[in-house]
Write a protein that binds this ligand. Sequence first.
Ligand SMILES: C[S@@+](CC[C@H](N)C(=O)[O-])C[C@H]1O[C@@H](n2cnc3c(N)ncnc32)[C@H](O)[C@@H]1O
Length: 231
Amino acid sequence: MSAAHSTVRSAFDLTATEYDRARRQLVPCFDEFYRAAVAMLDFPREAPLEALDLGAGTGLMAGFVASAFPGARITLIDIAPAMLARAQARLAPVIDRIRIIEADYVQAPLGGPFDAIVSALSIHHLEDPDKRGLFGRIFGALKPGGIFVNADQVAGATPARERRHKDEWIAHARALGVAEDDLAAAIDRMKCDRPATVAAQLRWLQEAGFASVDCAFKAGMFAVFGGYRLS
Ligand SMILES: C[S@@+](CC[C@H](N)C(=O)[O-])C[C@H]1O[C@@H](n2cnc3c(N)ncnc32)[C@H](O)[C@@H]1O
């Protein structure tokens, strides 16, 4: 594991017990954001999906996928064991459909093939070459017809817009009543962030082989985008 990834692991292990508490303030568009990600999974509700959640954390995204698709079996990968311990507790009611793997997804085999690979608020921690490498490995881990959906924090198209998104995010979180120590902890964790623009990432997805790439949702620094492996 690289030093940078080890820093990310420590940051999330330290925050695991508080992580869920402030989610709706720290992701002001929480409902639309996760709803847009699940809506991109255009499979029948009863489909026996094999799904993978990269950077699953406390299992928020995996939980939404498990509820939307009662026949789905979901593998969660995360580098931070304390986050995964909370995912295990959250997903206890559906644990027979869940597999939990502690690993750095940049280095560990992804397994598969999967019908759907999802990720939320995780891949923006990677340097751009690692994002591009990961997109190629995700493509390789999907079945033909499979989809990748990334609900993530993204960079502004210009430095000025980047600053505005961050200022608006802080103002919005405060308006929603975030505790100042939760906000400070989130801002501190942002030192590990390496967000890229939506435009660059859609291009990288195409270069990795994905088709019909699209951004289905964007609000400030939060975006939901992805693409299909056709064959
Ligand atoms: C902000 S949390 C998001 C958790 C969850 N997906 C959600 O939507 O709440 C980011 C997660 O990505 C994980 N992560 C970051 N880089 C990773 C890597 N290279 N391999 C595995 N997990 C990683 C962190 O440990 C953390 O749990």
